[in-house]
Design a binder for this molecule. Sequence first.
Ligand SMILES: Cc1ncc(COP(=O)(O)O)c(C=O)c1O
Length: 282
Amino acid sequence: MNIQQNKPAETGSTMPAGETEILRLDAEERQKLWKQLAAEAERYFVDVEELSVTPPMDPEAIRQNLASFRFDEGVAPAEVTDFVVTMLRKYQVQQAHPMYYGLFNPASSTMGVAGDFLAAVFNPQLAAWSHSPIAAEIENHLISTFGGLFGYDEAETEGTFTSGGAEANHTALLTAITAHFPGFSEQGVRSLRGQPVFYVSSQSHHSFLKAARFCGLGTGAVRHVPVDSKLRMSAGSLADIIRKDIRDGLEPFMVVASAGTTNAGVIDPLQQIADVAREFGL
Ligand SMILES: Cc1ncc(COP(=O)(O)O)c(C=O)c1O
């Protein structure tokens, strides 16, 4: 297909006038759109292995395709859907491809697609429990039930969904520092006696460096513990570094073990690391 021919301005005639119609097409147009979307989803799952796993690295071609959208004229729903699908089939890594061996960028699952679709349709608003009691309770139920499956007391398990690993790590860092230094919540880093430090393996994800910046600790707070020949955090080295840091007047407060590192999927010796953390009250 020649993507360049797919210029939206040439086929904008069916765009309905009026704000309401733009936000919610009429029933006939909606039916057509849902059919097109379902057909494209199904086509993708059936023929993804015929696509290239990796995209061409051609920013100019991509920008040229986008340049025709000037937002001075409407674009027909079928047209713009076709354009986006064509672009997605070409210009992204295809995680659903059987030859994609990435560790953690997941292929979409059928029920994940259904869930995202329903979330977009109903747009459950989670700012307050009363806005979407069912969505709020789905979150609570999943967190406590999964907590139970991970061996925690369900009644004592609570939390929130996060947008991903970076937000989860940031939340963990804030939680740990607040638990360890009670003044932190109100007075921030000014309340801390010395330089707070936490421990990650040299294989850990860089989001911890960002989280250290977000929290006002600075990246100097991140202590990288060496790994063994299998890339697992060395619990012995961890204990040695903590002891030395305490002697040097630093304030250790958290240890991060990985249950699947980004680069190699390595699982740190969780029990040994937990023992060291307990020994030092981290
Ligand atoms: C171990 C680990 N933590 C955190 C992240 C950051 O995740 P996200 O990009 O979903 O915020 C990643 C992403 O690769 C990761 O592998």
